[in-house]
Write a protein that binds this ligand. Structure first.
Ligand SMILES: [Mg+2]
Length: 239
């Protein structure tokens, strides 16, 4: 199998970063009780992720940008991610970072790690007069549960000839992962796949992913996931 036919889509928070940076920022700078309640409501599907981010940004009364930057700079990424990126480059595998979090910290962390050239799609965050202002350039009213519905980026950046791979850990990956032929899952995405009987490969870190993709590449051809093809077909027809 030729690596250039593989398209890999990877979540940021909790997948590339070791902890959920978005949540951590609001827990640090917002009222912790209010923040916990908002995130809990999101996890219970009581509010959408766009509503969640709007509420979280509002609950930070005042933020000092230098403090925010110092906090972000303490956030780590999975130590095996960089060698996975190199592996993808060596094999001409296209890699996209898809996040329902914010460009503000993703850009800063990727820059710090020497990975600023990676393609990513995320919500936007600005600081104006010590207030956090979110923007959702990819919001789509057809999919109001996500602020940045990841499946549209998957559809826009792959073709019928490609074999698509999703790597994720959580809530914002549930819908998107179903559009891909192969899913690497951990934490709540793994539980979701179990519950919904969606086939997946469990992983702890990117070394596990690299090892498995090497095995996939050694095959002559890869069987696409039928349910993913149906989802994609419906999405193409809707456009
Ligand atoms: Mg995540």
């Amino acid at each position: 199998m030729d690596g250039s036919k593989l398209k890999v889509f990877v979540d940021f928070d909790g997948t590339i970063s070791t902890e959920d940076v978005g949540d951590a920022i609001f827990r640090e700078f917002g009222n912790p009780e209010a923040v916990d309640k908002i995130i809990d409501d999101l996890n219970k599907d009581i509010i959408s992720s766009k509503q969640c981010w709007d509420l979280l940004c509002k609950c930070v009364e005042k933020i000092n940008e230098n403090d925010l930057i110092l906090f972000i700079d303490k956030m780590n990424i999975d130590p095996t991610f960089k060698s996975f990126v190199n592996f993808c480059e060596e094999n001409k595998i296209d890699l996209f970072v898809l996040s329902d979090g914010f460009d503000y910290y993703i850009k800063r962390i990727l820059d710090r790690e020497g990975l600023s050239y990676l393609k990513y799609f995320a919500n936007k965050l600005k600081i104006e007069r010590e207030k956090l202002i979110p923007e959702y350039p990819y919001f789509n009213p057809d999919c109001p549960v996500s602020a940045n519905p990841k499946q549209f980026h998957i559809i826009n950046n792959s073709s019928d000839d490609d074999y698509t791979i999703y790597i994720g850990d959580g809530n914002s990956d549930k819908e998107a992962a179903q559009y891909c032929d192969y899913i690497f899952a951990k934490n709540s995405l793994l539980k979701f796949c179990e519950r919904e009987r969606i086939s997946y490969w469990p992983f702890n870190n990117f070394d596990d992913v690299t090892k498995r993709i090497k095995e996939l590449l050694s095959k002559k051809r890869l069987k696409k996931r039928h349910q993913a093809q149906i989802k994609r077909k419906h999405a193409y027809e809707a456009e």
